[in-house]
Design a protein around this ligand. Structure first.
Ligand SMILES: CSC[C@H]1O[C@H](OP(=O)(O)O)[C@H](O)[C@@H]1O
Ligand code: ADE
Length: 291
């Protein structure tokens, strides 16, 4: 595919993208059910975008109930070549204050009980997650952010917690000792599923708070997150403007990490042993390898 089509997953405080040209909204469904909301198709600098708010309009879905598989499958079905996630997060480091952006490059996943794979009985796959984000999309987003004057760190480890309650102070301190940089509730299993769908994924984690580890700072609560997110989303839109202006001038070639062909070496169940019903379901995200 030689044209970029960017899937944008919006998080807390980002439920729509204004300024898009040729907007249309579409309901869709997938073999894993309905995504969080309608898909919004549009263009920025002529680059096709597909926007999806992961919590749905009105923030109705908690992190544990987001239909992560349906969301990724819907964006794949819609023709997205890449996915950019935009999230609120807590900071676990003094030098990442509220308002700062971090391009996540690693995850520690402490979520529990979420559906985390498209594969399963009848067709087993093990995709590599050593480098969980697309280095190219991450770099392009970081460059666009910095060019827009946004304070941004180009790498960082995101601790994915189950929630919905925020962390205890002991947990927050533990994660700091582990060397984690930011904390949130939604990037996992999203990043895993994007990888299985062979979609390069990058994540902008926008700091809203210092979680609850600082003595002299108000601990995280929803009011604080939403207040800081108002300014953060304005900056995220500037970043997106710059990023799409860059992408508009580029022909898209497969990225340097092999993500678009990751399933070539990941499916362990041989063709004759695969469950035809499972294979039919998987066609949406892995049709390339079953063709
Ligand atoms: C509203 S504060 C907690 C909430 O915000 C983050 O969501 P998202 O990643 O979708 O921006 C965090 O992960 C929690 O879901
Ligand atoms: N401190 C925090 N913990 C988890 N998710 C968050 N989202 C925003 N701030 C957060």
């Amino acid at each position: 595919m030689t044209q970029w089509t960017l899937g944008i997953i919006g998080g807390s405080g980002l439920y729509e993208l204004d300024g898009l040209a040729n907007i249309r909204r579409e309901a869709t469904t997938t073999p894993w059910g309905e995504p969080s909301d309608l898909l919004t198709f549009g263009e920025l600098h002529g680059v096709p975008l597909v926007f999806l708010p992961r919590h749905g309009q009105g923030h109705r879905l908690p992190p544990s109930n987001i239909p992560y598989r349906a969301n990724i499958a819907a964006l794949k079905q819609a023709g997205c070549t890449d996915i950019l996630s935009i999230s609120a997060c807590g900071s676990l480091r003094e030098d990442l204050p509220p308002g700062h952006f971090v391009m996540v490059d690693q995850y520690v996943d402490r979520t529990e009980g979420r559906e985390r794979s498209f594969f399963g009985p009848g067709c087993v796959a093990h995709v590599p997650m050593a480098k969980p984000v697309c280095s190219r999309l991450s770099r392009l987003a970081a460059e666009a952010g910095m060019a827009a004057g946004i304070a941004l760190t180009p790498r960082g480890t995101y601790l994915a917690m189950e929630g919905p309650q925020f962390s205890t102070r002991a947990e927050s301190e533990l994660y700091r000792q582990w060397g984690m940089d930011v904390i949130g509730m939604t990037n996992m299993p999203e990043a895993r599923l994007a990888r299985e769908a062979e979609l390069p994924y990058a994540s902008i984690a926008m700091v809203t708070d210092y979680d609850c580890w600082r003595d002299d700072t108000h601990s995280v609560d929803v009011a604080l997150v939403l207040e800081v997110m108002r300014a953060n989303t304005v900056k995220a839109k500037r970043l997106l403007d710059g990023l799409t202006a860059t992408l508009a001038g580029q022909t898209r070639v497969p990225g340097p990490d092999g993500i678009e062909a990751v399933l070539d070496s990941a499916i362990i169940t041989p063709p004759g042993a695969r469950d035809p019903a499972m294979v039919a379901r998987l066609a949406v995200i892995a049709g390339r390898v079953f063709a």
